[in-house]
Every structure is written in structure tokens, then in C-alpha cells.
Design a protein around this ligand. Structure first.
Ligand SMILES: [Fe+2]
Length: 444
């Protein structure tokens, strides 16, 4: 028999226990319980590491029996984390121990993180000025230390002002998507050379070298550029392999597909009239633009109102073509008709982009005299793969008496395009946070 000293938060002084070398941690806990210190679910630490219940305590002189979170023990509140207790009582000087944080579950399960704002990125940013990349940087709003439009993605405009101008992009990303808003030119990368024109879209996998873009036409070039570098920044990684093959979609191909889709029976009753972009690498899995990126080419016919839906991916929409009178309504709830309740209104502008936060209901409306097209790019390749997209539709079957139009046309987006220029002012703080209350049982 040997005597080990046990320190536990339920006892102000050490408890000496006699044990045999063959006894396990569970035996120590049993003896503590017999001494009036029930510690069944506690963690046990000794000799610089934590012990499982089925391990022997042979060779341990002092055991620390620790709550796995802050709790009330013996009628006394302990707000000291186990790590802090270790530092204080065990004198553990390891920086590893001081790095640890333990949190009470119910008060921390929904941490207070900065919300993803609904902001617009006006078209005039790529209509003038020198050749440059113009990132849609919402990092300050989201509390990030790297340039990002959403936690996983960065959207930018690339402007090439003059014929013959060249510009390089250097995204450290697994997926890069380029939609040609206007102009014509070519891009040269380690994957090859591609000539493109207005309305084309192409994707490139990870590039070890910069991509060179140049204008070959007489008019300026504007490109909508979305990639997943922020996701890699968050993970602290660099891409190590090509996850898909470079893929090119022409404007003609896209509009032909739209014609097919819109003439299919029942198209007028669909939540959206459009098609999803896919590539070979995702054919058997997510059926998305790349393994992380997702893109929809959506027709919003004149006079149409596309009912709300929501999803857990973040949408970075580009208004491809529209006339005044096209807009989206966004909000956190549906009204009794299944339209967005108390919506924020984001007016569309050709060549402008806007963010739709995750989980937010959004509907699209066209009160103009012409058809409109919108191209949302999202992180829904990744989110679909993770099985957490949770796309939900407000359907007529659920709201059979719903009017064709929403009764509320929304208030103007407080972060409208006009208030959002120049781009250097994007760091201003905005009241965009929204917290859902977490209703969690206090303790099971
Ligand atoms: Fe959507």
C-alpha cells in the first residue's frame, strides 16, 4: 500500500488515500465518494497529464481531481477553471496548461461572435480608376485579422482599365472563380492560358504562382473574383493539391441552359429559375462549382417575385443584369403569408454585389420592365459537403393563401450602396449584429 495525496475542489485540504499499485483511477474516485466527495464525472490529473478512469495510479504521489467546467461544489461557487486551479495548486508551470480555457457549457454554447453583415458592393468601384483588385473587405465587421467578405470567402472586383494592361492575382486558395462582368481578355496561369469574353465564368484550382490577367479588347474589363483564401487563413494551411480541373463556362452555354430550364413544365412555380454550376470533381458528391464554391445562375423574370428561402452558406450575389426595380428582401423571420417579415431591402444594380448572411430569409423581386439575372457565389460547396447547408424554402403548399407579392416591401438597407463609398471606408463599425437566444436546458 502507498499513500497518495488527493486535491479536490470539494475539500479545502488534501485528502490522503491508501491505494495499492494495482488500483485504478475509478477506485480512487470510489474511495473519495466513500469519504463524502463524489467526483464521478471529474477529470483526474497527475504527473503532468490527465488520467482515464481505467488507468492505474501506480507511481502517482499527488492527484488533482478537477471539475471539467465551472460549477457549484459543496454549496460554494467555483468560477476558477481547472487549468487555473492546476496552475495555482499544482504549480504547473507548463505554458500548455496556461493556454487552456474551460467554459461552462450552457452559457458558452453560443459564443458572442461578430455577425456577418448584409452589405452592398457598388458597381462604380470597378467603373473607374486605375487597373487594380478591389477587395470587398468586411474583416473588421467580422473581427477577422485577414481580408474576407465572409468567414470562408473573399469577393473582389478586378478592374483592367486599358487595353494591354496586365494585373496579377495571388490568392492562396483551393478554389478561385472569375466571372467576366464586361470586357474581353485572357488569363495565364500554371494551369494554362484562357481567353474570355463578357459573361463567361471560369474556375481555377490552387495555384503556386500568380495568375496574370490582361485585357485584349478596346473597353475596360471588370471581373467578379471569389476565392476561399479566408477559409485557408482560418485553418492556417496552404493548398497542397489540385482538387479539381480548371473549368470554363461560356455565356452562350449559360443562357442556353436558362432557356431550357425556364421552359420546363412547372418552372414558374419553382423557388428559383436557374441552374447550378458543376465540375467533374463534384459530380458524384456536392454537384457544386468546386469542392468549396457554389454558384447559381438565376433568372428573375420581369414582374416575378421569387419566394423566400434561407441556407447556412453565405451568399455573395452579383447582379449580372437588371433594370431599376429589382431588389431582394432579407430578414430573420417569415410573416403569416410566408414572405419575409420586417425585411431589409437591397436594390440591385448591374455589376454590384451584396452579401446575404447565413440563416437569413431572402426573396427576390422584379418590378422592372425586363428580365434580370443574378449570380450568387457561396461557400455552399464546403457547407453541402459538411451536410449543414439546411436550405429551407417558403412554399405555397405551406402558405396556401399567400399573396403573390409580399405585403411589406422592406426598408432601405441601412448599409446601402450610397453610404458605402469609397471602399476604403468599409472598416466603419455597423450595427449589424444579431444574436439568437440559445435555449438550452440549464443542466441535464
Ligand atoms: Fe439563397
Amino acid at each position: 500500500m502507498v499513500v497518495i495525496s488527493v486535491r479536490t475542489v470539494s475539500s479545502p485540504s488534501p485528502i490522503d488515500l491508501s491505494v495499492t499499485p494495482a488500483e485504478h483511477v475509478r477506485d480512487v474516485k470510489q474511495k473519495l465518494a466513500e469519504r463524502g466527495h463524489p467526483v464521478e464525472s471529474f477529470a483526474v490529473f497527475g504527473n503532468g497529464r490527465f488520467y482515464r478512469d481505467d488507468e492505474k495510479v501506480d507511481g502517482v504521489e499527488t492527484l488533482f481531481v478537477l471539475p471539467t467546467n465551472s460549477m457549484s461544489v459543496g454549496g460554494e461557487d467555483y468560477d476558477t477553471s481547472a487549468a487555473e486551479m492546476l496552475r495555482r495548486e499544482a504549480g504547473v508551470s507548463s505554458s500548455w496548461a496556461s493556454n487552456g480555457q474551460l467554459y461552462e457549457y450552457t452559457s458558452t454554447a453560443n459564443p458572442n461572435m461578430a455577425a456577418i453583415p448584409w452589405l452592398a458592393f457598388p458597381a462604380h468601384l470597378h467603373h473607374s480608376g486605375p487597373t487594380r483588385v478591389i477587395p470587398f473587405d468586411l474583416s473588421k465587421q467580422m473581427g477577422l485579422e485577414y481580408t474576407a467578405t465572409s468567414p470562408n470567402l473573399l469577393a473582389s472586383f478586378i478592374r483592367i482599365a486599358n487595353k494591354g494592361d496586365q494585373i496579377e492575382t495571388d490568392a492562396v486558395a483551393t478554389s478561385q472563380a472569375f466571372y467576366i462582368i464586361r470586357g474581353s481578355g485572357k488569363s495565364v496561369s500554371e494551369h494554362g492560358e484562357l481567353e474570355w469574353n463578357e459573361g463567361d465564368l471560369f474556375t481555377l484550382p490552387a495555384c503556386q504562382k500568380n495568375i496574370l490577367h490582361m485585357s485584349t479588347g478596346d473597353s475596360p474589363v471588370s471581373i467578379y473574383f471569389v476565392h476561399d483564401q479566408p477559409l485557408l487563413e482560418y485553418l492556417g494551411v496552404k493548398p497542397s493539391k489540385r482538387k479539381f480541373e480548371p473549368t470554363f463556362y461560356t455565356k452562350d452555354e449559360m443562357y442556353s441552359m436558362i432557356e431550357r430550364v425556364k421552359h420546363e413544365p412547372g418552372a414558374e412555380h419553382r423557388n428559383r429559375i436557374g441552374f447550378l454550376f458543376g465540375t467533374g470533381a463534384t459530380k458524384e458528391t456536392t454537384k457544386t462549382l468546386t469542392h468549396t464554391l457554389w454558384a447559381l445562375f438565376n433568372l428573375l423574370p420581369k414582374g416575378d417575385n421569387q419566394r423566400p428561402h434561407k441556407h447556412n452558406s453565405v451568399a455573395l450575389d452579383l447582379a449580372v443584369a437588371c433594370q431599376p426595380g429589382c431588389y431582394s428582401l432579407m430578414g430573420w423571420e417569415l410573416d403569416e403569408d410566408g414572405w419575409v417579415k420586417d425585411p431589409i431591402r437591397v436594390d440591385w444594380e448591374p455589376g454590384a454585389a451584396f452579401v446575404t448572411p447565413p440563416g437569413m430569409w431572402h426573396s427576390h423581386h422584379n418590378e422592372s420592365g425586363g428580365d434580370a439575372y443574378v449570380l450568387p457565389l457561396q461557400d455552399a460547396g464546403l457547407v453541402t459537403y459538411q451536410r449543414i447547408l439546411q436550405i429551407t424554402f417558403s412554399t405555397l403548399s405551406e402558405f396556401p393563401h399567400s399573396p403573390q407579392k409580399p405585403r411589406q416591401l422592406g426598408i432601405e438597407n441601412p448599409n446601402s450602396n450610397q453610404k458605402y463609398e469609397p471602399v476604403e471606408e468599409q472598416g466603419k463599425e455597423r450595427e449589424t449584429e444579431r444574436r439568437e437566444e440559445t435555449k438550452v436546458a440549464a443542466r441535464e
